[in-house]
Write a protein that binds this ligand. Structure first.
Ligand code: ATP
Length: 297
């Protein structure tokens, strides 16, 4: 018997970053949108906790206790007072270290898969608490849809969202999220960083489903830092807007770039142009909001 959970990637339609706090973390105002680019995590009974992974970036995924899926299984087992005797297989489509919360997604998926496999029926609120300990983006991977995240990003309020179409361009190699935050601190040193906020205009545009209105309000405060560490991303952004995207931005901490398009036809055109441009490794067409982590029948 095994349990498979499907879990979405996310794009931040707004990533507002405050000044570094004394503990080194940053207060954030994140507007998350889950998109239809999915990993699948399958949990099967085993003698001990093991992890395998397949997919384009599989060689860059840790298979030890550093994997968020393994950590999720360990935390849930410890809470239930049982051994984490499970094999976790990750079928990976979400770019690794790409700013789309792939590791977080697998953590949320493993948690849900193990909960079902072990018949624990853990209350949703407790699953969300475990997610928040695993990482700032993990609670959103569990709930999906669209949400405003405050604190380190883990305090979630669901928000309304119409359907939006996207193209994602995957870059060669990853960017480390802590390194991008350090570069943000370096670039903003000596400046007054405003309190992070999601504007009412952005939330209204998201709710309306009007891609043109959303394009006018999308913003990522980490974009300058990601571009500073990876200047070639500017060419990818330009290739997508040149091909008809309404807006282009770095996804989260990058280096994946996200292109908002008006419809699926334009998505196909922009994806083809990006692939022909030679400025990215691969593209994915997706739409959002997508549901959060879900047990497959
Ligand atoms: P975020 O958008 O949340 O900042 P990300 O999408 O940039 O994250 P991830 O794909 O989550 O980045 O990977 C970041 C690092 O986490 C990887 O380099 C890898 O070492 C580690 N990691 C741990 N578990 C996983 C996992 N299940 N899949 C991918 N990477 C993982």
């Amino acid at each position: 018997m095994s349990v498979t959970v499907r879990v979405p990637a996310k794009v931040n339609v707004r990533l507002a970053v405050g000044a570094a706090r004394p503990d080194g973390f940053h207060d954030l105002a994140n507007v998350f949108l889950a998109v239809s680019l999915f990993d699948e995590v399958t949990a099967t009974p085993a003698d001990a906790l093991t992890v395998t992974c397949t997919g384009a970036d599989a060689d860059r995924v840790p298979l030890d206790r550093g994997n968020l899926a393994a950590r999720a299984a360990e935390m849930l087992a410890a809470r239930a007072g049982i051994e984490p005797a499970v094999h976790l297989h990750i079928a990976k489509s979400i770019p690794v270290a790409g700013g789309m919360a792939g590791g977080s997604a697998d953590g949320a998926a493993a948690l849900l898969a193990c909960d079902a496999l072990w018949g624990l029926d853990t209350p949703r609120g407790e699953l969300l608490d475990i997610c928040a300990v695993l990482g700032s983006d993990v609670p959103f991977s569990l709930v999906g849809g669209a949400a405003l995240g405050t604190g380190r990003g883990e305090l979630l309020t669901p928000v309304d969202a119409g359907t939006f179409h996207w193209v994602f361009a995957v870059a060669d190699g990853g960017l480390s999220t802590p390194a991008v935050f350090r570069e943000f601190d370096r670039l903003t040193a000596g400046t007054a960083v405003p309190e992070p906020q999601a504007s009412p205009q952005l939330l209204a545009a998201l709710a309306s489903g009007d891609a043109g209105a959303l394009a006018a309000t999308l913003a990522n405060d980490l974009q300058a830092a990601a571009l500073s560490l990876r200047p070639s991303l500017a060419d990818t952004l330009a290739a997508g807007t040149g091909a008809g995207a309404l807006a282009a931005l770095v996804s989260g901490s990058g280096p994946t770039t996200a292109f908002l398009v008006p419809d699926p036809e334009t998505a196909a055109k922009v994806a083809a142009a990006l692939e022909a441009s030679g400025t990215c490794r691969a593209t994915h067409v997706a739409s959002g909001p997508a549901p959060g982590a879900t047990v497959l029948p």
